[in-house]
Design a binder for this molecule. Structure first.
Ligand SMILES: [Fe+2]
Length: 351
């Protein structure tokens, strides 16, 4: 298949290779493009290609993380509190059960509607990284010998978890319809809204309480291998969010009529809803303080993060500015594209 189905210029006879036509970079579009989606060059969206290379340079695999000390600690009854154990089991249960939502959204819904080859290249890499994250949760579950039934059950333990999923699912349902096309103003807005919900809110806000709780264990020298994997995952998610921000802004530049006052108001409501959902998770999962964290701290952190996410896509800040009680978490989440220490050596040795 040469083109995405809604803008195909390929011949109608299956199996017949289409004639390759030279494309001009200036003709490429994020959506509704008429150029061959398989022709990566000439580049127009170099930023997307560079982000693809940056994510590849950050490649990591769960099996590279040594879990021996985590296993020893998990088996030592006195060294982890019941509360800490329950927190870890619950968060693993949530992530391992909901992990397919992100890659499903990419491969079943977003990918076929994006007509810029550079962006499609990033999305392919992103889908793989989501699979790595799922295998990371499984690697931890298996290493610690956790009961799979118990893990699965913990997914439904808190109402706020279900509420978050209910919030996200309709956006995917709209654009995963095989007949969905971005040719109309209304549908182009639907896809843009979905990119914002998944790119800025799902990857950039929802789930941060759970990530922080597990990483906070590592900050107290407990379950360091597990915490390290969560930190890598959160960094990958920050890259996904960073790419989504550029994608959204380019989408807006090419389709300025979509960014209406009504549309922006709709987005503001969604940002408020996402912050409220994640605060509810903080309150339900942390009725009392633990690991130097408490639910109130997350309110401040989430409101500040939502402000930044909104401003990066051209919305005004939604909440009054307040102190960030979790600067260490922001440092992980907003590491942006700076080079991190965990980079694979791209050089091959032919000795
Ligand atoms: Fe992601």
């Amino acid at each position: 298949m040469l083109n995405s189905d809604h803008q195909s210029t390929a011949p109608a006879i299956p199996g017949t290779p289409p004639a390759i036509q030279r494309i001009k970079a200036s003709d490429k579009r994020i959506i509704n493009g008429q150029t061959d989606v398989n022709q990566l060059v000439p580049f127009k969206y170099k930023w997307a290609w560079e982000k693809y290379l940056a994510t590849c340079a950050n490649h990591w695999m769960p099996q590279e993380v040594n879990m021996a000390r985590d296993v020893a600690l998990w088996k030592a009854p006195a060294d982890l509190s019941g509360e800490e154990r329950a927190m870890l089991v619950r968060n693993l249960g949530i992530f391992v059960s909901a992990a397919s939502l992100a890659p499903d959204n990419i491969v079943l819904a977003i990918y076929r509607n994006i007509t810029a080859p550079e962006c499609r290249q990033f999305l392919l890499r992103q889908a793989f990284e989501e699979a790595v994250h799922t295998s990371s949760y499984q690697h931890i579950i298996e290493s610690l010998g956790l009961d799979e039934e118990e893990i699965a059950g913990s997914y439904q333990a808190l109402p706020s978890v279900e509420d978050k999923e209910q919030f996200l699912r309709p956006f995917m349902a709209a654009i995963s319809d095989p007949d969905f096309r971005t040719a109309t103003h209304e549908n182009a807005q639907v896809l843009l809204k979905t990119l914002i919900v998944f790119g800025c809110l799902m990857q950039g806000l929802l789930g941060h309480v759970a990530y922080a709780q597990v990483i906070a264990l590592g900050r107290q020298a407990k379950m360091a291998g597990t915490a390290e994997q969560f930190q890598f995952i959160l960094r990958d998610e920050s890259m996904h969010c960073n790419f989504a921000t550029d994608l959204i802004n380019q989408y807006k530049t090419e389709n300025p009529l979509l960014w209406t006052p009504e549309f922006k108001q709709e987005l503001r409501v969604l940002f408020h809803k996402a912050v409220a959902l994640e605060i509810a998770y903080a309150e339900e999962s942390m009725p009392t303080a633990m690991l130097d964290l408490n639910a109130a701290m997350f309110g401040g952190y989430l409101r500040q993060t939502a402000n930044r996410r909104a401003q990066l896509i051209g919305l005004e800040a939604l909440f009054p500015t307040e102190e960030n009680p979790l600067p260490w978490l922001s440092a992980i989440v907003f590491f942006e594209t700076r080079v991190i220490e965990h980079q694979s050596d791209g050089a091959l040795s032919w000795d």
